[in-house]
Ligand binder design. Structure first.
Ligand code: SAM
Length: 273
């Protein structure tokens, strides 16, 4: 069982399927439609294998999101598995259900490269990087997010994997107001910066990212690294790299991580001194 994207309409030439994505979360399929798209019943059926026990239809219209189970009983939560780790999904009125599948390769990278090290997970959301880090033998993880609901969801994600959280911190902060504090808590072997591209009262990429980028050299150890992410669909990888280079004080920006299949928007760069 695993979790991955099966179909992304935005990457297809068929305009009729443009507003659809299909994701597999273990034995559950999540169909997402945008802009009042009708249920694409016959198209969807080609993705359904006998081991699928639930299909949840997420309808996104403007700023509203509705979840409807069209196969299997309606549930409020569902534990999915990715790379042998469990993550709790929640089907509530909010848009996102708890696990961003485009980050799978980064979670795998974290798990493989964090043994005995210290991670600062900025914009932690449900702490999926923290779960991967503890599975990979991290010495200490500091998760930071402005929403306590997400941090307690993150704590639950550790629990369902049987992970102790003695060395995992959950800090409810506005990151933009607390950067100096992380420098005092550091330096860190790995810093992950994965903000939203635009969140009113939270983060605006062009205005706010420079403040974080300027502090990276003080946050990481000499041999350390930071993973710098952007989800802005309007920004190319080249533009984002240029933006990073214009705002860091020192250091180099090197590797662009590959995305899992059927994803296009995310950009991730590696920063080192
Ligand atoms: C794109 S999600 C992060 C996804 C996460 N890194 C993951 O892989 O699951 C963005 C998160 O940033 C948080 N956030 C936005 N602005 C923030 C701020 N100024 N300070 C702290 N957290 C913020 C939101 O609450 C949300 O959980």
């Amino acid at each position: 069982m695993s979790s991955y994207r099966l179909f992304n309409g935005r990457m297809q030439s068929d305009l009729a399927l443009n507003h659809i994505t299909i994701d597999r979360y273990s034995s559950l399929i999540l169909l997402t439609t945008y802009n009042n798209h009708k249920l694409p019943e016959s198209f969807l059926s080609s993705f359904i294998t006998p081991d699928i026990i639930k299909i949840c239809w997420r309808k996104r219209t403007g700023s509203t999101t509705e979840f409807k189970f069209i196969k299997g009983d309606t549930v409020a939560t569902f534990d999915t598995v990715e790379n042998d780790l469990k993550y709790e999904l929640r089907f509530e009125e909010r848009q996102n259900i708890g696990l961003f599948l485009d980050m799978a390769n980064i979670r795998d990278y974290v798990k493989k490269n964090i043994s005995g090290k210290k991670l600062l997970n900025l914009f932690a959301y449900t702490c999926s990087f923290s779960v991967a880090a503890m599975a990979g033998g991290a010495a200490e993880v500091t998760n930071v997010d402005m929403k306590s609901t997400f941090l307690s969801w993150g704590r639950k994600n550790h629990q369902i994997n049987g992970q102790a959280t003695d060395n995992v911190k959950f800090l409810k902060h506005n990151i933009l107001k607390s950067l100096g504090g992380y420098i005092k808590r550091g330096p860190f072997d790995l810093v992950i910066v994965d903000p939203p591209s635009y969140q009113p009262g939270g983060f605006k990429l062009k205005e706010d990212y420079p403040r974080i980028l300027k502090k990276l050299d003080q946050l990481i150890t000499t041999q350390g690294e930071a993973l710098i992410c952007s989800n802005d669909p309007l920004q190319s990888a080249d533009n984002f790299k240029q933006f990073i280079l214009e705002n860091i004080k020192t250091g180099k920006v090197t590797k662009l991580f590959d995305l899992p299949s059927h994803f296009d928007g995310l950009k991730v760069f590696r920063y080192q001194l």
